[in-house]
Design a protein around this ligand. Structure first.
Ligand SMILES: [Zn+2]
Length: 577
């Protein structure tokens, strides 16, 4: 019965969309350009939760149903994709990532999978081979907790730069920590940054030193700026053409990476007006590989008040670029004791963390956002940070109308139980990252203790049950952009070693899938064109090699993306690159 109803709606749409030329022949004219058949289609649409086949015309879905129903729309010019039993899902929407940073991360050493310090030294030595003298060697993503041993002679769990400097005499090296809150550099980079035994720590940063007072190479928090400023200065000397090539290359690389992981839309958590200008130009040239929903970032309140109206874009470039939100950040990260808490840290009783962007300034942004009809998406990790942001939102929302604004809290990682209800009452979206629970679990116990971890950390289940819209993502390049690993974490909620992490807060598989599709679409005001396989919506579809809705839990993580379709076009196919 539901299938019949759906086909009926399709016919109505066909009739409605082909003007008034008469009925019988119109059905024939509305043939599909592409059909996907013989699959299991999980639509994330309650009206027809499952189907076998999909028909696409132009960039839209024109029918969803049984093989027979869809085959009826096949004509001579229709191309047929045989799913051969595989799973077709609505294209994944990355709910919070950093788009150009993802592209940039592909051009520098990827240290995220490294298991020892020696491995890093070997990778840098290799990079030196193909670098010209004085060229910077950059890397990112190392984490000493992922190494299988503490290197001998370490200071604060990290070695001194000696072995690294020995393989990179003529090249400055800077390797960013996975948290983004520290960097490790070699002797040449220390020299270029003018760091010696007499250099004082900059405000908010530490030059880590050995017993003799020499810099070890580890630069914590703001101290890494001493080196990154030198790198930036060199980059600023590039010509406009060189800068444009670098930017468009990053956009392309980020797109390739996202598409290979099944992502068809990407919520970019922060771009300046200048970067948005670049995206717009690429959209005009048809060169945005995935659809972008971009949050305005790094602009002053004065400049936003002036320019927001001219940057508002909804579905620009064939639904490839949307700008209708602003990103702010009230606190730091838990790992670096930068999250703003209501009570002191368990492992640092002298501190409750602190805000990083002034709450009053964020409140001014909130008023501007409301004035210009923009969403406000504010990064908040600690429970104090979340409460302060809820307070700001509540003061800004028109009485009882917060839900229509769809404002978001990015991460919403540690929330006081009393505030769960407030998310629901105010209609604030919890823009969370499933995979963070897996990668951060070890910190959470240390920083918060078991009791607070249980009552407040990653409250997916509590929030969903309270009626809060919970979205999903990876914060890439902090994590791999793969929705599969985040979905897996959302469903199993285990740390890297397989230990359960308050499993009572797990999502069901369907909830996890919704969080990655229709909920992310809602969080961008795009649920009418994205987020489910529904007639009339954009034909953004991801095909997996196995059915993650039914395979044993452990197998979810091994699912592979076979095909990524954006607007009816295959943009990624496994094995064809
Ligand atoms: Zn982020």
């Amino acid at each position: 019965m539901p299938r019949f109803i759906n086909m009926f709606l399709v016919m109505m749409l066909v009739v409605a969309s082909t003007s008034f030329l008469g009925c019988a022949t119109d059905e024939v004219q509305e043939l599909a350009d592409v059909v996907l058949t013989n699959g299991k289609v999980v639509t994330v649409d309650d009206a027809l939760p499952e189907a076998q086949a999909i028909a696409i015309r132009g960039d839209r879905i024109i029918a969803v149903g049984t093989n027979e129903e869809i085959t009826a729309l096949v004509g001579e010019l229709t191309s047929t994709i045989d799913l051969a039993g595989r799973l077709a899902l609505p294209g994944f929407i990355e709910g919070h990532g950093h788009y150009t940073s993802l592209g940039r991360s592909k051009t520098i050493l990827d240290l995220t999978q490294v298991e020892s310090w020696d491995e890093i030294v070997v990778m840098v030595a290799d990079a030196v081979q193909s670098a010209f003298p004085d060229q910077w060697i950059e890397g990112r993503g190392w984490h000493q907790e992922k190494w299988n041993e503490v290197p001998p002679g370490s200071v604060e769990g990290v070695p001194t730069h000696t072995t690294l400097s020995a393989v990179s005499n003529n090249n400055p090296v800077v390797l960013g920590h996975a948290s983004g809150h520290a960097a490790f550099v070699n002797a040449y980079a220390l020299e270029l940054a003018g760091i010696n035994n007499q250099t004082p720590d900059p405000p908010g940063g530490t030059i880590v030193r050995d017993a003799d007072g020499s810099a070890t190479g580890l630069l914590r928090e703001n101290a890494d700026g001493l080196v990154y400023r030198v790198v930036e200065k060199e980059k600023a000397q590039l010509s406009e053409a060189e800068k444009w090539n670098e930017f468009s290359h990053q956009v392309e690389l980020a797109g390739e990476e996202a598409l290979s992981k099944g992502v068809t839309t990407f919520h970019d958590a922060g771009a300046s007006f200048a970067t948005i200008d670049g995206f717009k130009q690429l959209a005009d040239e048809g060169r945005l590989p995935v659809r972008l929903y971009v949050m305005v970032r790094s602009e002053s309140n004065v400049s936003m008040d002036d320019a927001l109206p001219s940057y508002r874009m909804i579905g620009y470039g064939g639904n490839h670029l949307t700008v209708r939100s602003i990103k702010r950040q009230i606190d730091g990260a838990l790992g670096s004791h930068g999250a703003w808490l209501l009570e002191p840290y368990e492992d640092m009783p002298s501190s409750t963390g602190l805000w990083v962007e002034e709450p009053d300034d964020i409140e001014t942004t909130a008023q501007l956002a409301a004035k210009h009809g923009f969403q406000l998406n504010t990064h908040a990790i600690g429970d104090r940070a979340n409460r302060e942001v809820l307070d700001i939102y509540e003061r800004t929302f028109p009485e009882g109308a917060g839900g229509q604004m769809r404002w978001r809290i990015e991460h919403a990682q540690h929330v006081h139980p009393d505030d769960v209800r407030r998310f629901a009452d105010l209609g604030v979206i919890a823009s969370m990252q499933g995979v963070h629970a897996t990668s951060d679990a070890p910190w959470v116990y240390a920083r918060l203790g078991v009791k607070r971890a249980e009552s407040g950390a990653y409250l997916w289940r509590s929030l969903i049950e309270a009626g809060v819209m919970v979205t999903n993502g990876t914060d890439t390049p902090v994590e791999d952009v793969s929705p599969i690993s985040s979905l897996y974490s959302s469903v199993v909620r285990q740390d890297r070693d397989g230990n359960e992490f308050f499993p009572g807060q797990r999502m069901t598989r369907l909830e996890a899938l919704q969080s990655y599709t229709i909920n992310n679409a809602y969080a961008a005001f795009e649920e009418d064109i994205k987020g489910s396989i529904t007639v009339g919506k954009l034909a953004d579809i991801t095909v997996l090699d196995r059915d993650i809705m039914t395979v044993p839990e452990a197998e979810i993580a091994r699912a592979q993306v076979d095909m990524t379709i954006v607007g009816g076009e295959i943009r990624f196919e496994r094995g064809s690159r």
